[in-house]
Ligand binder design. Structure first.
Ligand SMILES: [Fe+2]
Length: 265
């Protein structure tokens, strides 16, 4: 085979791969995916809970988000926002979330792109910003949240301070890395965002940004979905809604998580 034939075969191959990724970016990469998932919890005694979990909104279209939220039919107990709020449109975003009826309201944590003092001022209009703190939402359910470690110290002791008894403990954090860096023995489940699922995933298999861009210290480990922290701590990583470049073979995402009471029989 001549050198020029090699060149043209290589060129066509790269062009085809590029085209497939561009087509994905212009189609599915723009469409919000609502990921319905569940987790069974032995410590939950008073019945199932349904959570709506959003993260990394950045510049994502609130119109598109509204459309997706309007499709939710099952009742929601709690809305969680894992940081990186849409700052310039914060009042509109919070207003949008308030349209989703949720028994316990809206809780959020700071992301690495957020300005804490600004969030602290505006968030009470709609919900609660968890500042290394937690709240007993039910006798068997404790919710706590971390500040972002790129801005300040994460304080686990303070986050767990209001815990009474042995409730199911849910930790909301922006960055998932703490799941491998800290001993979160009293936490039963951690929710995080931040990695954007790498935004561009080569055929959905490998995300260069997670390896080369210092988004996480753990390479591909904290891509979106169900992951594990230290001592097999379950961690649900949200792909997030917004992105810095474009998405290909990853999707903007919202998560509906049902925490199910374990069958006691
Ligand atoms: Fe983000």
């Amino acid at each position: 085979m001549t050198l020029s034939r090699f060149f043209w075969i290589g060129f066509l191959l790269i062009a085809t791969i590029g085209l497939i990724h561009i087509i994905h970016a212009l189609t599915l990469g723009l469409q919000v995916q609502t990921f319905h998932t569940s987790f069974t919890a032995n410590k939950l005694r008073e019945g199932d809970l349904r959570l709506l979990f959003l993260s990394d909104i950045h510049h994502f279209s609130l119109k598109k988000l509204k459309k997706e939220l309007q499709k939710l039919t099952a009742p929601i107990d709690l809305i969680l926002v894992g940081g990186d709020f849409p700052h310039t449109r914060l009042p509109e975003f919070l207003q949008l979330l308030k349209c989703v009826p949720a028994k316990w309201g809206i809780y959020g944590v700071e992301g690495n792109h957020d300005e804490f003092s600004f969030l602290q001022k505006r968030m009470p209009e709609a919900g609660t910003l968890l500042n290394n703190e937690g709240v007993m939402l039910r006798e068997d359910f404790y919710l706590c949240g971390f500040r972002d470690p790129w801005h300040t110290q994460v304080d686990l002791e303070a986050a767990l301070k209001n815990r009474k008894g042995e409730p199911f403990t849910l930790l909301l954090a922006h960055q998932p890395d703490q799941a491998l860096e800290m001993a979160l023995d009293q936490v039963d489940l951690m929710l995080a965002g931040h990695t954007h699922d790498g935004e561009i995933a080569f055929f959905g298999l490998w995300r260069p940004a997670l390896t080369f861009m210092h988004v996480t210290s753990y390479n591909q480990h904290f891509r979106a979905g169900w992951r594990q922290g230290r001592n097999r701590l379950p961690v649900l990583v949200n792909s997030g809604l917004g992105c810095h470049l474009f998405r290909s073979f990853t999707r903007p995402q919202i998560i509906v998580l049902t925490i199910k009471k374990a069958d006691q029989s």
